[in-house]
Ligand binder design. Sequence first.
Ligand SMILES: [Zn+2]
Length: 1037
Amino acid sequence: MSVNQQTHTGPPYGQPQPGYQGYQQPAYGGQPLPGVPHSQYGVYNGPMPGYQQPVPPQGSVRAPSTSGTSLSSGHLGYSPFGQGDVQNGIPASTAPMQRPPASQPFLPGSAPVPVSQTSMLQQYGPPPASVQQLSNHMAGMTIGSTSTSAPPPAGLGYGAPRPPTMPGPPLPVQTAAGPPTSQPNHVSSPPPPPSTLSGPYPGPPMSGLRGPPPPTHPPQPGYQMQQNGSFEQVRGPQTNYGGAYPGTPNYGSQPGPPPPPKRLDPDSIPSPIQVIEDDRSNRGSEPFVTGVRGQVPPLVTTNFLVKDQGNASPRYIRCTSYNIPCTSDMAKQSQVPLAAVIKPLATLPPDETLPYLVDHGESGPVRCNRCKAYMCPFMQFIEGGRRFQCCFCSCVTEVPPHYFQHLDHTGKRVDFYDRPELSLGSYEFLATVDYCKNNKFPSPPAFIFMIDVSYNAVKSGLVRLICEELKSLLDYLPREGNMEESAIRVGFVTYNKVLHFYNVKSSLAQPQMMVVSDVADMFVPLLDGFLVNVNESRTVIISLLDQIPEMFADTRETETVFGPVIQAGLEALKAAECAGKLFIFHTSLPIAEAPGKLKNRDDKKLINTDKEKTLFQPQTSFYNNLAKDCVAQGCCVDLFLFPNQYLDVATLGIVTYQTGGSIYKYAYFQLETDQDRFLNDLRRDVQKEVGFDAVMRVRTSTGIRATDFFGAFFMSNTTDVEMAGLDCDKTITVEFKHDDKLSEDSGALLQCALLYTSCAGQRRLRIHNLSLNCCTQLADLYRNCETDTLINYLAKYAYRGVLNSPVKTVRDALINQCAQILACYRKNCASPSSAGQLILPECMKLLPVYLNCVLKSDVLQPGLEVTTDDRAYIRQLVTSMDVAETNVFFYPRLLPVTKADVDSDSLPAAIRNSEERLSKGDIYLLENGLNIFVWVGVNVQQGLIQNLFGVSSFSQISSTLNTLPVLENPFSKKVRSIIDMLQVQRSRYMKLIIVKQEDKLEMLFKQFLVEDKSLTGGASYVDFLCHMHKEIRQLLS
Ligand SMILES: [Zn+2]
């Protein structure tokens, strides 16, 4: 079933989720228990926020017009722009305010014509009739896997046709299956081998290699199974092959003689596509039931259903290994990092049950007296149920009288299945006032929209676009459960060198502007009327949003401030005593005189020097300090950047990063080409579920503890991860280290507790529990690893490393660690064999290819056109990514759409990311979570080109298109539906780029063919595998 066809079917526990039923169903827990009192769950107020509420449309299908077209009608009622009593009602004494410059006429002299308003409200009113369809679309978005279509027929999609059958570019050496000559193979390799070798695997002498001789070896795969499923390379690299890798990161980058006609057969080395397809067909059909300790979940690329039976769903927590070495010595020996990638507020697919909300009333959740762990399925009740022993610290705690329950003959409480905290891996507690700041229940959060109105922002049409969009978007603020309207209040600020605050109090006939020009000591000039309820102040807000673009239409101000903007938002939230989010739309380096002023310090010459790290570091500590204040207030900052030049993302992004916010970046923003992407991102960002003022702590059972954390957050001590805001897409990665021996019997336990304020201001605790196995044999560790999660962790580790170490050091350390991981396996787990063999653990056979992708990524090895800001942006982005996102980011998905079945909903089978897999006669989509490329071969049939692009020949295809034309034919519909399907699976709207074969843009596209050697010197997969093999052999010798 394809993702956008999914409808709300019943959750695993029997009943659909709407309203309260999901919880009051006695069937919850899978075992109907008649007579169970449900009152204790009475607080559960329907589905979790953001889940049941009508989901606003996304994408091009959304009805309210995005911009432009509606503007003229919207403005009809506002003829008297630029006149009138500008600042009526503003007490002159409140602040050192100034009137806007005369060139910025402000505020109409009269109220808008009512008729015009009505028409506007209608225009941006209720969602169109197609909302159901759109909801389904959105629902599909929640699925974490990268592909949700039915598995393609076995045998398709990987191991693309070999060169002889491919009408691809001419290959220099047929038998070598190598890339075209334009991509020189490993240039510094030794001279061609003796001609004694024949067949498709020419290579140097096979000294040290085992396996059948070339003419008789099996054509595919080139690995044979080891006893425990590991792969054994039958045709390993030659001993002298690695000579080209003297530890330099850019090996192979020097020009050299033409490539020798030798290399490993790409079809003989582990294929990501094959692994993904195998997991889909093996594990995609059965639900993943979480009742058993230490189970490795299906891959993130597999579409599967989760049934919570006592452990958190892999949508919430994924681990690098589900079987932890019992001792720290073993762990060190293996070098396998023990880490969990946690996504506490992950969105679930519609057919899975959201965490239930448990209310223990004034006494609050039951916790261990000593370590404060929360009641969970692993707590052991003793003494007839009067006490329980903590599964984390072994301390015995009295069961509070109100929580007492008898035990059955197995020692299990008889209300086991009625209480989520006893039987499920994930659930929520309603927090008592003890869990609130200043012992006071929180107010609902606020959203403040802060719009740069400097020259570039106005000129590009951005200001108008944002204002138009907000008029409709404000009706889609997050709502709790079945509440009729959002509890979130909104406020508006515009700024350039000075800040303009707006009073949009419902009793006003017109909005009022207050200018604060003293940006050195920011304050908020008004309290009453700044943060308002959208419905109450609708008329005034709409009026304001109509007027802002006009007010600044003639601005000549090019300079901006930035620090004071965040300070203003922070002060406003402080004054309102609430948490919230700032949405800042910003265009340039803040060079105006103000706190947090920056200078242009971009210097690409620093790349590959010891000073490269400074490019990732902030240029001032001002924003770190500001971030700390923001976190203390629960002020999360989301940043939408529209730069035409360097604006120092590394510095501007600090507050966003440390408050748990998101950065979106639209370089050289042009209305025509970028507005869809921006508006889709903005809509999703405004609407998504966010927990405010959040604190996360991970508790572990005795023997291991959380020692390191990665993600967008702030930490003021060594255990509490603080986030002003945590949204449903963000992950926190936690690394664990031993502090004692573990036992195979008891295993290891994690409990992640997230305390947060919901969008309606409710204070809650979300608890996720996970039990892992422990082992005394290394083989058990290697059998239960998950490479996708390992890569997620390693990328984050490396991306943090570049802040403090030269990039080369970071790259070398990554390679070394992975070589040690694989060498330890080879030494301790694989059956004895000659040193010439490369033997990879089955679960890690993709480690080399994926690691190479991380090493070639823009942060660790910048591509040709990559800017310093891009690198800082990617660095921050990856740090919060979940496993599915890093998987497709580092190894993009490449789909041959000309092979797609136009009559089916499924995706065509993906192929490996290599140019030699591309056929000149086909069209491909490549997506990595940020971009979608449409690659068109030079020999594509004219009919296909006509059907997809509406032009009659290849040469007429415009590569400036950023969307495919809507044409009424099956092929066009199919390709567009695939693109839509990919878009809804990603947390950001991907940019569409048309690439014609042999066109200039193809250089950019080729960087994403990650199995090939890259233009900036990144190794091909084959070469890198040889390099890893050499490293491993060195470690073993
Ligand atoms: Zn305890």
